[in-house]
Design a protein around this ligand. Structure first.
Ligand code: 6PG
Length: 252
């Protein structure tokens, strides 16, 4: 388990630019080595500028989209066109602008019941699974973090057996920022198997939680972002000044 690389940026423009450079670089390497690049997208607002940069020149031409497979870290149980849909957000800002084959888009079905959605995504992951697992090894998982320390739709509380044993699970009763309370989420089984995890956290509202996540004495039960520790991959945290404002000594 490698130590996280923490990068603090003077401004959001440089943070977003470096995040996209990392995505482009990881995509090139993965496609050169294995013929494909598997990336899971985060929902919420933080990734929006990243999607926009990836959707337009020059960056959009730096990725061979034909060989990219897209997944989601989580989804809300809403229809794809609903304003709170993570897929809908990515479709608006990125997917409709890039030549990615439809069959390469592994959408979580927020419009069906929970049991069907879990079964559907479990099946989808199994279709591209490898190494004897029932899920694919992601080349990159882009992750956000809520002010409460949640990530994807892994929320504070006792870590249940489903989260430990299943690659995808439904979450009922998520209470955050008046967002939809019913969610579908990948679990740490998938995230921690990724070759690279990139956390993006910005804004002073996240400063206290960022500090708590990096505090060795806090619990992953209380701070779900701590549950994401790739066991054979690298972990980067990209922070702006606001999100890092509580950190005392940080790596550059
Ligand atoms: C979601 C996201 C969630 C998000 C955090 C941070 O579906 O809401 O996947 O985990 O990353 O809530 O959201 P912001 O980026 O909007 O702060």
């Amino acid at each position: 388990m490698s130590k996280p690389t923490i990068k603090i940026f003077q401004d959001l423009t440089s943070l977003h630019d470096e995040a996209v450079s990392l995505i482009v670089s990881l995509a090139k390497t993965a496609i050169q080595k294995r013929g494909k690049f598997l990336m899971a997208l985060a929902g919420g607002g933080t990734p929006k500028p990243i999607f926009r940069l990836l959707s337009q020149p020059p960056r959009t031409h730096q990725i061979d989209w034909q060989h990219v497979l897209l997944f989601w870290g989580d989804e809300r149980f809403v229809a794809p066109k609903h304003e709170e849909s993570n897929y809908g957000l990515a479709q608006e800002l990125l997917l409709r602008h890039i030549p990615i084959p439809k069959q390469n888009i592994y959408r979580m079905k927020g419009e069906v019941d929970m049991v069907s959605a879990v079964a559907d995504y479990t099946y989808k992951l199994a279709q591209v699974s490898e190494f004897g697992r029932t899920w694919p090894r992601l080349d990159l998982a882009i992750m956000g973090m809520g002010n409460d320390g949640h990530t994807a739709s892994l929320f504070a509380g006792k870590i249940g057996s489903e989260e430990l044993l299943r690659p995808v699970m439904a979450v009922n009763g998520a209470d955050y920022d008046s967002k939809p309370s019913q969610r579908l989420t990948l679990t740490p089984l998938v995230f921690n198997d990724a070759r690279h995890v990139l956390f993006l956290a910005t804004g002073t509202k996240k400063a206290e939680t960022v500090t708590a996540v990096f505090n060795p004495n806090t619990s992953p039960a209380n701070y779900p972002a701590k549950r994401i520790q790739p066991h054979n991959g690298s972990l980067s945290w990209f922070l702006d000044q606001g999100a890092a404002s509580n950190l005392v000594a940080v790596q550059k």
